[in-house]
Design a protein around this ligand. Structure first.
Ligand SMILES: [Zn+2]
Length: 347
């Protein structure tokens, strides 16, 4: 029996059969279909210079006002509306001060810097336009972004097939999961402390609604992931193993912030827990890592059961500005911070 990325020791008979759900758009509250962002980025980035003032809604897309984005950095975001030039300038100054302490990005240089980061992050053209517009209109985007740059860097760390964790990384605040509002499918599960607390909060809300969440997999060490991956290669061949599992050092599970829920099969999406998670996980800081239709973007096939805790601020940032696609937001932040380090270390 093949063992998969998220089921190091579990039944997987149905794993390779895609359900109808897998062919449809990702299960997100406001996610775009994969084809939504089809326009060539470079052409659009040129166009963005003249279209920055236009709201996404003018291009026929839904847009949320700052007031509607209740989940995003609530106490910090300024009023929306676009007329607050002073607030925008102040927000840019705050962002430019940056975690790295650099002052290299001026308000005048901010749009160009943002365009460069979007280009390096290789985001779809339409999405880049939306972000340029959001950042140009009012301070909310920048203040929300700032709130994502605070807190533990591993919450926002890009961990994908090109970006491994530090060698043999192991978080130092892993805690055993102690089922209360939720259940576990085995007894030795651990998560980082903050994620464990957020899991309890989410599960309590689910249980209030009559839904019981079951955690099936959580933190995995480098060595354990090595065993899982080797077994997958042996059982399903290299190509399939890479679609469904991570090489050691490249797994979100090694961050201690990722968890798999329920059956770890496509069938999970249609269960009460799967439907509840798709609708509500973001409110508690949990983000679907590998949505349907985004294998080319994430590197992994659809996994309706795999969620990563990113914190409430970043979860809202992903949903509000990146169409719910975690990979896009993490790539954007990764390139922002990389550019910041470059500016900081320049002579
Ligand atoms: Zn997983």
């Amino acid at each position: 029996m093949p063992v998969t990325i998220c089921a190091p020791a579990g039944g997987t008979a149905g794993r390779r059969r895609k359900t109808k759900r897998a062919e449809r758009a990702p299960r997100m509250r406001k996610g775009p279909a994969a084809g939504t962002y089809a326009a060539p980025l470079l052409l659009l980035l040129g166009a963005a210079i003249v279209s920055c003032g236009g709201r996404p809604s003018e291009r026929g897309e839904p847009v949320k006002s700052a007031e509607e984005r209740t989940g995003a950095a609530a106490g910090d975001s300024a009023e929306g509306g676009g007329e607050s030039e002073g607030d925008l300038a102040e927000a840019i100054v705050r962002l430019s001060a940056g975690a790295a302490g650099n002052a290299g990005i001026t308000q005048a240089g901010f749009p160009d810097h943002l365009r460069l980061v979007l280009e390096k992050a290789e985001l779809p053209g339409d999405l880049s336009l939306d972000i340029l517009a959001a950042a140009s209109e009012n301070p909310a985007f920048i203040l929300d972004f700032l709130s994502c740059l605070e807190g533990d860097p591993f919450l926002r760390r890009l961990v994908d097939k090109q970006h491994p964790l530090p060698p043999y990384y192991e978080p130092d605040d892993l805690v055993p999961l102690r089922p209360s509002s939720y259940e576990t499918s085995r007894g030795d599960l651990r998560l980082r402390q903050e994620a464990a607390g957020a899991l309890e909060e989410m599960a309590a809300s689910a249980r209030d609604g009559g839904v019981v969440l079951v955690v099936s997999s959580s933190y995995r060490s480098y060595d354990y992931q090595a065993v899982v991956y080797a077994r997958n290669v042996q059982e399903m061949g290299q190509e399939n193993a890479d679609r469904e599992s991570s090489r050691p050092g490249f797994s979100q599970h090694q961050t201690g912030f990722a968890a798999d829920f329920g059956s770890i099969t496509d069938a999970f999406a249609e269960t009460e827990a799967g439907l509840w998670m798709a609708e509500n996980a973001g409110r508690f800081g949990w983000s679907l890592s590998f949505p349907a239709g985004y294998e080319e973007v994430t590197g992994y096939r659809w996994e309706s059961w795999h969620f990563r805790y990113v914190g409430k601020e970043l979860a809202a940032f992903i949903d509000n500005y990146f169409g719910g696609i975690q990979q896009y937001a993490l790539r954007f932040i990764h390139e922002w911070e990389a550019a910041e380090r470059t500016v900081s270390s320049a002579p």
